[in-house]
Design a protein around this ligand. Structure first.
Ligand code: AMP
Ligand code: GLY
Length: 426
């Protein structure tokens, strides 16, 4: 099978690494890819926003299957364009990708199909949003409706914070994404992520994960795209997974079909495990980054038949096997991230991989034969171990072998899970 992978992040490097191990793979292309992905696939220089160019490439190179990594091309309708010319595509239609593309849309789906989530209201102007927030009081959550690269959410602990977050949205801080605002009740509990393939009528649960969004040790400092993650999430007991499937994912699958927007792809449910049980914080319609890196490190099965079955409506014919052992990934970022940082700094060495430990590339490029860091989040040192503590030790050992003067990482990824592993002292 000839494959084109769309994307250029650590998530796509992890997908490429697993796909390349499949005995079913023929020619393997990635657009635009990155130097890590180039170990496994031929990088092709096509503009993925230009759907006609992607189609032309697929035709010219006898591509059978396209795997779309990031959300932006999905929301922009790349899957629809490719399917319209008969290609098999992993990734939802634009209509189904609204589950990530519009937070208000998702909240309406939850309300209509009785899916547990925080109470909410949608607003298209500041005065009404502010009146509602004053009436509800803090803590309260303000969200720009559209895609805002993970930055459109303010968890406001005071009324003043909430009011100024509303002004930010309507004054254009998140561009078009902030033209509508969702105000949502604050949910208290422990967060976890749940990943599940869906072909429109069948679900294949994958795995759970937890990430670290803050830049600093002890989960302090500003939010980032994610500084590390581990899988599984200890809070997602078999009972919680079962409830999540029954109360959240299945009704979403049925509801989306009923709305004429059948969902095909991966449900990435951001959950708050509250006293009442699992509640939906948000949906993403693609794998998480860096959560995908730990999922791929734990997946025993061949990834290719799973994604292909998902894309072709035969998920009921496949199953996935997992390593029980946990996996953990540490993000190496450019010093200064998530604020301003120097680009194009040299990375002198990246250690070799094994079955249980690998550095995935996110924001890297090769210039004049030299590997350089081009982004904020640059490399993901990822490892599997018998315990989270062991996976953590291996991931940090790998990270220390990266020779990059301008890089930094948190030193405590996985701390909550490791605290739970320690025998109680009482
Ligand atoms: P999102 O971009 O929707 O994932 O939101 C970013 C982060 O904001 C989440 O991972 C949560 O930590 C937090 N958050 C979002 N919605 C809520 C909520 N209703 N209650 C508490 N925290 C929330
Ligand atoms: N790590 C969070 C995300 O991929 O959205």
């Amino acid at each position: 099978m000839n494959i084109l992978l769309i994307g250029s992040g650590g998530r796509e490097h992890a997908l490429a690494w697993k796909l390349a191990q499949s005995p079913l793979i023929g020619a393997f292309y990635a657009a635009p890819g990155n130097p890590g992905i180039a170990e496994h696939a031929e990088l092709v220089d096509i503009n993925i926003d230009d759907h006609a160019a992607v189609i032309a490439f697929c035709k010219a190179n006898a591509v059978d299957f396209v795997v779309v990594g990031p959300e932006a091309p999905l929301v922009a309708g790349l899957s629809d364009a490719l399917r319209a010319v008969g290609l098999t595509v992993f990734g939802p239609s634009a209509a189904a990708a609204q589950l990530e593309g519009s937070k208000g849309f998702t909240k309406d789906v939850c309300a209509r199909f009785n899916i547990p989530t925080g109470a909410y209201q949608r607003f298209n102007n500041a005065p009404k949003a502010k009146a509602y927030v004053r009436q509800q009081g803090a803590p309260i959550v303000i969200k720009a409706d559209g895609l805002a690269a993970g930055k459109g959410v303010t968890v406001a602990m005071t009324l003043d914070e909430a009011l100024s977050a509303i002004d930010d949205c309507f004054e254009g801080a998140f561009g078009a994404a902030g033209a509508e605002v969702v105000v949502e009740a604050f949910l208290d509990g422990e967060e976890a992520s749940f990943f599940c393939l869906c072909d429109g009528k069948t679900l294949l649960p994958l795995a759970t994960a937890q990430d670290h969004k803050r830049v600093g040790d002890g989960d302090t400092g500003p939010n980032t795209g994610g500084m590390g993650a581990y899988s599984p999430a200890p809070v997602m007991t078999p009972d919680m997974v079962e409830r999540t499937l029954r109360e959240i994912i299945e009704p979403t699958m049925r509801g989306m079909a009923e709305l004429g927007r059948p969902f095909s792809g991966v449900f990435f449910a951001g959950l708050m495990i509250t006293e009442k049980g699992p509640e939906l914080i948000e949906y993403n319609v693609r794998f998480g980054d860096p959560e995908c890196q730990v999922l791929m490190m734990r997946l025993k099965s061949d990834l290719l038949p799973l994604l292909h079955a998902c894309a072709s409506g035969t998920l009921d014919k496949v199953s996935a096997e997992w390593h029980d052992d946990p996996a953990l990934t540490v993000v190496l970022a450019s010093k200064g991230y998530p604020g301003s940082f120097t680009r194009n700094t040299q990375i002198a060495a990246v250690p070799a991989a094994s079955d249980e430990a690998k550095v995935f590339h996110a924001g890297t490029a090769v210039k004049d034969g030299q590997l350089i860091a081009t982004g904020g989040r640059v490399l993901n040192a990822t490892a599997r171990g018998k315990t989270v503590a062991e996976a953590q030790a291996k991931a940090y050992a790998l990270a220390r072998q990266v020779e990059w003067d301008n890089g930094f990482s948190r030193s405590d990824i996985g701390w909550q899970a490791i605290a739970r592993e320690k025998p109680s002292e009482s």
